[in-house]
Design a protein around this ligand. Structure first.
Ligand code: HBI
Ligand code: FE
Length: 289
């Protein structure tokens, strides 16, 4: 599906905004068991790896390992904290639909869960990636504001034809961002925190670069969707991330980006603040598909 295709019709039975009922009552025991297996794996390794705001969010939402959560129950807690709500969708949705939901504090979450033989990786986000990965941080007021600002920016980027730049910002922060803390680097990106292997790789491997977040740098850096990241961007705080976004006039930034080439995914630029220069050994060792 071409995500840029804004004429894409919602699937049969879905609302015009692509939302559907979660169907909480119809999950099978096997589906709940997959959630429990995924949750237990992450609960074991995330203390000391996930950032405090994420772990506090899990607790505040009473998100536990007893099975797939009921969105209605989660929304009562989430809405009371930051006015965000989870809405169920059947799949990835067109960009304009996605951004409109975020701009209105609605997080579109898939209602399906991966099979037991897909525990380690799946191409399309499922309910574990979306709800366990993304939702806990929406209880943090600063990150809640960032996600809404991102949605508003996304609608504008679409109009200006700069979606690919803004998608990189989402990818290297919301999905694969790292946070600097006095105790060391911690994970806040949903794509990392919902993956056992990348939760370890992102913090401990000598292969990837880890450099200080810079808005323009991120927007010039392509990303991979099929394997561990080759570069992680590190923010000093969630507030810095929000400030970088709402304080920037994206118009001139987009104009500047139009005249600049992308930066090689494994490259280090002269202006980069390098926290750790990676060997890229992992990426070099992978047979390119
Ligand atoms: N749809 N449901 C859903 N979830 C996403 O994360 C998502 C999406 N549509 C578009 C999209 N992400 C990205 O292309 C945007 O971040 C650019
Ligand atoms: Fe995601």
């Amino acid at each position: 599906m071409d995500l840029l295709d804004t004429t894409h019709r919602p699937p049969e039975g879905a609302n015009p905004d692509w939302t559907i009922p979660q169907g909480f009552e119809s999950y099978s025991k096997a589906e709940h068991d997959v959630w429990i297996a995924l949750y237990d794996r992450q609960a074991t390794i995330l203390p000391g790896r996930a950032c405090d705001a994420f772990l506090q969010g899990l607790h505040a939402l009473d998100l536990h390992g007893e099975g797939i959560p009921d969105f209605e129950r989660l929304n009562r807690r989430l809405c009371a904290l930051t006015s965000w709500r989870i809405v169920a969708v059947p799949s990835l949705v067109p960009d304009d639909v996605f951004f409109d939901h975020l701009a209105n504090r609605r997080f579109p979450a898939a209602n399906f869960i991966r099979r037991a033989d897909q525990l380690d990786y799946l191409q399309e986000p499922d309910i574990f990636h979306d709800v366990f990965g993304h939702v806990p941080l929406l209880t943090d007021p600063v990150f809640a504001d960032y996600m809404q600002a991102y949605g508003q920016g996304g609608l504008r980027a679409l109009k200006l034809g700069r979606l690919h730049n803004l998608a990189r910002l989402y990818w290297y922060t919301v999905e694969f961002g790292l946070l600097e803390t006095p105790a060391g680097l911690r994970i806040y990106g949903a794509g990392i925190v919902s993956s056992r292997s990348e939760s370890i790789f992102a913090l401990e491997s000598a292969s990837p670069h880890r450099i200080r977040f810079n808005l323009e740098r991120v927007m010039r850096t392509p990303y991979r969707i099929d394997d561990f990241q080759q570069i992680y961007f590190v923010i000093p705080s969630l507030q810095d991330l929000l400030d970088a976004t709402i304080k920037t006039d994206f118009g001139p930034l987009y104009a500047q980006l139009a005249g600049q080439a992308d930066i090689a995914i494994s490259g280090i630029e002269p202006g980069d603040v390098v926290l750790s220069r990676g060997s890229q050994a992992y990426a070099k060792g992978r047979v390119t598909q």
